[in-house]
Design a binder for this molecule. Structure first.
Ligand code: C2E
Ligand code: CA
Ligand code: CA
Ligand code: CA
Length: 276
C-alpha cells in the first residue's frame, strides 16, 4: 500500500513527500524495534589514562533494521525523541546496560546516555532507582551521561533531578563538552562528576594546531579545580594518546583502546581487568 501511495500523491513536491513518507515508515519500524529484538547495546571501554586499566564501559545503542541494515544512533535517537519513543528505548537501554554490568567485576562502571527528554521527565529518578534495585548494581557504578540539552528545556525539575540523582549515589557526566553555547554556566549549576571532552577537540590534537591542546589543558585545569574527572573521547592514535596523557586528562575512550563491541566481548574484557 505504501509503494502504491508513493505514485498516487504526486500533488506534493515529490522529494518532500518521499522524505515524510520515509520518516513515517522509519518511525513505525522503530516503534516495534524493541519487541522484534532489533535493538542491542554495545559497550566501549573507558580506560584510566595513567595505565591501561578499564574503568568502565559506555553503553551505545545499536539498531539492526531488518532490511536497511545497521542504522546509526545519531539518526534514530533524534527520531525517537521526536516520535515520543525515547522514554521507552532509553529505559530499555538502561535496564539492558545494568543487567550486563551485573556480570562484571564490582569496580567496573557502566556509563549510560540519557536524552534530555528522559532527564526532564519527572519520573526519571524513580525509573533509575527501580532498575538499580532490580538488577542489584550499586548506584556508584552507574554514570549517567547528559548533554547541555538538558538545560535548554529547563523547568523547576532540573535542579531537583540533579540533587535526587546525586542522593541516589549515581555519577553524572557532562557529555560533548565544548560543543554547546555556554557550557561553563552549566558546570556551575550542576554537580557533575566528570567532563567528557568532545572528540572535535581530541582527534588529531597532537598533529593539527596547538590550539586543541591549549583548550584541552584549560578544560583539565577547570575540571581539577572543580573536583571533576575528565575523559577524552575519540582517541584513535598513539600521538593523540600521548598528548592526552601529558595534558593530565584522567580517562581515555576511543578506537585506540577498543570500538563499541557486543556484550559478550565487553564481559570478557571486564573480567580480565584487575581490581584497584
Ligand atoms: P556520544 O555519546 O558522544 O558517543 C560517542 C560516539 O563516538 C559513539 O558513536 C562512539 O562509537 C564514537 N566513538 C568513540 N570512540 C571513537 C573514536 O576513537 N573514533 C571515532 N570516529 N568515533 C568514536 P555512536 O555509537 O555512533 O553514537 C553516536 C551518538 O548517538 C552518541 O554520541 C550519543 O549521542 C547517541 N547515542 C548512542 N547511544 C545512545 C543511547 O543509548 N541513548 C541516547 N540518548 N543516545 C545515544
Ligand atoms: Ca556519551
Ligand atoms: Ca560524547
Ligand atoms: Ca555526541
Amino acid at each position: 500500500a505504501k509503494a502504491a501511495g508513493r505514485g498516487k500523491h504526486r500533488l506534493y513536491e515529490p522529494s518532500m513527500h518521499s522524505e515524510a513518507a520515509e520518516r513515517q515508515v522509519m518511525e513505525n519500524d522503530l516503534r516495534q524495534a524493541i519487541e522484534r529484538g532489533e535493538l542491542a547495546v554495545h559497550f566501549q571501554p573507558i580506560v584510566r589514562a595513567a595505565g591501561e586499566e578499564i574503568s568502565g564501559f559506555e553503553s551505545l545503542v545499536r539498531w539492526q533494521h531488518p532490511t536497511r541494515g545497521p542504522i546509526s544512533p545519531s539518526k534514530f535517537i533524534p527520531l525517537a525523541e521526536e516520535a515520543g519513543l525515547i522514554g521507552k528505548i532509553g529505559e530499555w537501554v538502561l535496564r539492558t546496560s545494568l543487567e550486563e554490568a551485573s556480570n562484571w567485576p564490582d569496580h567496573v562502571r557502566v556509563a549510560v546516555n540519557l536524552s534530555p527528554l528522559q532527564f526532564n521527565d519527572p519520573s526519571v529518578v524513580a525509573m533509575v532507582s527501580k532498575h538499580l534495585n532490580e538488577t542489584g548494581v550499586r548506584a556508584e557504578r552507574l554514570e549517567l551521561e547528559i548533554t547541555e540539552g538538558v538545560f535548554l528545556a529547563e523547568g523547576d525539575t532540573t535542579d531537583d533531578t540533579f540533587a535526587k540523582l546525586k542522593a541516589l549515589g549515581v555519577r553524572l557526566a557532562l557529555d560533548d563538552f565544548g560543543t554547546g553555547y555556554s557550557s561553563l554556566g552549566y558546570l556551575k549549576k550542576a554537580p557533575f562528576d566528570k567532563i567528557k571532552i568532545d572528540q572535535s577537540f581530541v582527534r588529531g590534537a597532537a598533529s593539527a594546531t596547538n590550539r586543541n591542546a591549549a583548550i584541552i589543558r584549560a578544560i583539565v585545569t577547570l575540571a581539577e579545580t572543580l573536583g571533576m574527572d575528565t575523559c577524552a573521547e575519540g582517541v584513535e592514535t598513539h600521538d593523540d594518546l600521548q598528548l592526552i596523557r601529558e595534558l593530565g586528562v584522567s580517562m581515555v575512550q576511543g578506537y585506540i583502546f577498543g570500538k563499541p563491541s557486543p556484550a559478550e566481548t565487553a564481559r570478557e574484557l571486564a573480567n580480565s581487568t584487575t581490581v584497584h
